[in-house]
Design a protein around this ligand. Structure first.
Ligand code: NAD
Length: 432
């Protein structure tokens, strides 16, 4: 099939490359000229495991091209995906200006029947707004489909190629059939293609992300109660997770959720529920707990070290989670800002996010070339992102480098007894 994907970010680029990998002709469109030039040179502007190779292979096979020319891309395609950002607006709702702007441009470029697919995460009712926006520009026939994306950054290719399910909101059978055909190669392992109305499809994505965010905030609160009462959240988690009704995923306490999706989607769901006069009380709490959790490590640090003035602190991990360079809403940001505000200096290391971090902190912090260099002369180490390379470090080397061997582990990656036996002071989340 001939496909255009508007928006070449984490979602659009992965979707475009994966559709091409299954034999489709894909044009990826972005308004960011620098990004498009980079992609045209065969370079990837983001870090996502496996993506570079996939893009390179499909570019070479001429199934994947990049352009800033939306009208041309839309005209030559039968299916046009909208995969642009839907950031939080001033009032907390999803800002739809990019989605509707793209819909208008597609409308103006229409030259025959097309399926316009909304892949961006958008509030209930957006498919209808997209339909009206396009209809205002053209008399050509078209269908609007809602196809929320569930990929996880860091495992995006695998998630896209082998999804748990494909959700398709469609109001007519012609569009539904085309989408079914497009996704058939991705669901050979038996994953269901779930056909439903657009409003339900739109809500699926928010409900899934809100549920995951709720589990995280819930477990963070359980960990905080463990801290207060001397219980061990690891033991509690294992026992709770073994209940088949609950299961083990997303029960790890930490420094709060971040990234470009959970915070904004929780906010947007609260907002659109509110606009329908429904007060989604649980989500309000989920959000408040998360804000508090993001600085909890700082409070723990202060309660052990006292004033942080002139203290040198190492931070391992800047990205909002491992295997990505994304720092949008990353807990490392408020944590580092808090450290700087208290007069501490920061030496940070992240395997992939240093470049992004430079854009946020500039010269306010030091960027270490490796994990050990970040430890030189520090009063404490904060572990903020659980990259695999932090799991089995050379502890003897670490002790030698640190002025004060104290580890504040926001991700519970070490065994408390073992690490103390090695001579470290060790503070983690919800473990005595
Ligand atoms: P992103 O910011 O990485 O990418 C969006 C891209 O769209 C940017 O490159 C931007 O330049 C481009 N763009 C914006 N307006 C444009 C226009 N008018 N014409 C052409 N290009 C335009 O965003 P993302 O993380 O890929 O997310 C996109 C959507 O997918 C969001 O709604 C998000 O909530 C949703 N989503 C994201 C993820 C994720 O893990 N990142 C997962 C599932 C769903």
């Amino acid at each position: 099939m001939k496909i255009a994907v508007v928006g070449s970010g984490y979602v659009g680029l992965v979707a475009g490359a994966c559709f091409a990998e299954n034999g489709n002709d894909v044009i990826c469109i972005d308004k960011d000229e620098t990004k498009v030039r980079t992609l045209q040179r065969g370079q990837i502007p983001i870090y996502e495991p496996g993506l570079e190779e996939l893009v390179r292979r499909n570019r070479a096979e001429k199934r994947l091209t990049f352009t800033t020319d939306l009208p041309k891309g839309a005209r030559t395609s039968q299916i046009v995906f909208i995969a642009v950002g839907t950031p939080t607006g001033e009032d907390g709702s999803a800002d739809l200006q990019h989605v509707l702007g793209v819909a208008r441009e597609i409308g103006r470029a229409m030259n025959g029947y097309k399926v316009v697919v909304n892949k961006s995460t958008v509030p209930v009712g957006t498919a209808e707004r997209v339909r009206r926006t396009i209809a205002a520009e053209t008399k050509q026939p078209f269908s609007v489909v809602s196809n929320p994306e569930f990929l996880k950054q860091g495992a995006a290719i695998d998630d896209f190629m082998k999804p748990d399910r494909v959700v398709i909101g469609a109001e007519d059978s012609r569009a539904a059939e085309l989408m079914r055909e497009l996704y058939a190669p991705f669901t050979r392992t038996g994953a269901p293609i779930m056909l439903m109305d657009c409003a339900s499809a739109e809500l699926c994505k928010y409900a899934a992300n809100a549920m995951l965010a709720t589990r995280i905030s819930f477990m963070n609160e359980v960990a905080n109660v463990c801290d207060a009462m001397g219980a061990d959240v690891d033991q509690v988690r294992r026992a709770v997770a073994s209940d088949k009704r609950i299961g083990p995923a997303f029960l790890f306490p930490g420094v709060g959720y971040g990234g470009s999706c959970f915070p904004k989607d929780v906010k947007a769901m609260l907002r659109f529920a509110g606009s329908a006069d429904y007060d989604f009380q649980i989500l309000r709490a989920v959000e408040n707990v998360n804000e508090r959790q993001k600085v909890r490590l700082l409070t723990k640090l202060q309660s052990r070290l006292g004033s942080l003035k002139k203290k040198k602190i190492a931070v391992w991990g800047l990205a909002f989670k491992p295997r990505t360079d994304d720092m949008r809403e990353a807990p490392a940001v408020p944590l580092i800002k808090g450290l700087l505000a208290e007069g501490a200096s920061v030496q940070a290391y992240d395997p992939e996010a240093t470049k992004v971090a430079r854009g946020i902190f500039g010269a306010k912090i030091k960027y270490a070339p490796n994990s050990y260099a970040a430890l030189e002369g520090v009063d404490a180490l904060l572990i903020v992102t659980e990259w695999n390379e932090f799991r089995e470090p050379d502890f003897a080397r670490m002790r030698k480098l640190m002025k004060n061997p104290a580890i504040f582990d926001g991700r519970n990656i070490y065994n408390p007894q073992q690490i103390r036996a090695l001579g470290f002071e060790y503070v983690s989340m919800g473990r005595p």
